[in-house]
Ligand binder design. Structure first.
Ligand code: HEC
Ligand code: HEC
Ligand code: HEC
Ligand code: HEC
Length: 209
């Protein structure tokens, strides 16, 4: 029996074709899914989520975080385009206000409930009075509105640490691919950060049963 059975022959020809096509895809640097040979080569390597393509593209704006996660970069949801009155400098920064009760007319909707009892935070503990397009920390360091987690983390350092590690907050677009997480203000209103208490819905049998 020195003849290769027909089925096995076809198999080898097909395998050679797959490998050839594969190699040419690698050589031409084709983007997208990994080739079969890449997958075989990577099978025993440690898992790296960045090599797995993102399940779907986010349509919302993101920015590169100024912090690191497990030694690598990640992204957060941008905030500035969500803030209806940004840029603040349209009205602020050394422009005289000629109407009475200007703050009430423009920011009457901002109700502060952030702090301990009567010891509430004030506007200028978070907003830069010199340049209202920025937030500010206790040391007078300006903070971009897209990176408000840097401000919150000055006081809530435990929550920020948890958030960096992924135990507080939420990751967008599944676990594979680039890491994108929500900003603190994607969930918390900075002026009144507590969530309203929600009671569970209950059910009682109707009286006539
Ligand atoms: C449409 C004009 C307008 C825009 C836009 C605007 N402000 Fe104001 N803001 C005012 C006026 C008027 C006052 C009251 C006079 C003053 O303090 O300059 C005020 C007051 C304030 C105060 C002081 C409030 C107080 O009670 O002392 C803060 C803080 C503030 N603005 C923050 C912001 C921030 C942050 C933005 C951008 C997200 C912004 N403002 C955008 C008009 C505006
Ligand atoms: C704990 C910090 C903090 C305090 C205190 C604070 N702010 Fe803010 N404020 C923020 C942050 C952070 C944002 C951006 C929120 C976001 O990402 O949507 C913001 C947003 C705003 C905006 C834009 C909101 C919009 O949708 O247009 C205004 C106006 C504003 N603040 C005014 C004030 C005024 C007036 C006070 C005082 C009465 C005040 N803030 C107190 C942190 C603070
Ligand atoms: C200057 C310090 C300071 C900064 C900056 C600050 N907070 Fe707070 N925050 C406090 C204090 C004080 C309390 C009240 C004590 C507590 O509940 O731990 C509080 C309470 C809270 C609570 C708990 C509310 C409740 O009653 O359940 C949340 C949530 C919160 N802050 C979110 C934020 C977010 C989000 C930011 C950034 C936009 C921020 N904080 C910035 C000081 C700060
Ligand atoms: C995906 C939404 C989400 C994001 C993002 C988020 N939080 Fe929270 N946070 C929550 C929820 C939900 C609670 C629990 C509220 C409750 O128990 O009433 C909470 C609670 C808190 C509390 C109250 C104390 C505690 O630990 O229960 C603080 C303070 C706080 N968050 C700060 C932050 C800061 C700072 C950031 C950003 C670094 C952040 N959060 C990001 C949803 C979020």
């Amino acid at each position: 029996m020195n003849k290769i059975p027909y089925g096995v022959g076809v198999f080898f020809v097909a395998l050679a074709a797959v490998v050839l096509v594969d190699q040419s895809a690698v050589a031409s640097g084709a983007a997208g899914a990994e080739s079969v040979t890449d997958r075989i080569n990577h099978a025993t390597e440690p898992y790296d989520s960045m090599r797995v393509s993102t399940a779907y593209e986010l349509s919302v704006k993101t920015v590169q975080s100024k912090e690191q996660y497990q030694g690598g970069d990640f992204k957060v949801l941008a905030r500035k385009d969500q803030i209806s009155r940004f840029r603040c400098s349209v009205c602020h920064n050394d422009k005289p206000v000629l109407i009475q009760n200007g703050a009430l007319f423009t920011h009457g909707d901002v109700k502060l409930n952030h702090g301990l009892g009567n010891n509430q935070l004030t506007c200028n503990e978070c907003h830069s009075m010199g340049n209202r397009d920025f937030l500010v920390d206790k040391e007078g360091q300006k903070i971009d509105f897209d990176h408000s987690y840097q401000l919150c983390g000055k006081c809530h350092f435990r929550q920020k640490r948890d958030w960096l590690g992924g135990a507080h907050g939420k990751r967008e677009a599944y676990w594979a691919g680039e890491r994108v997480v929500r900003n603190c203000t994607s969930c918390h209103n900075p002026h009144s950060p507590a969530f309203a208490t929600k009671m569970p819905a209950t059910y009682s049998l109707p009286l006539d049963e």
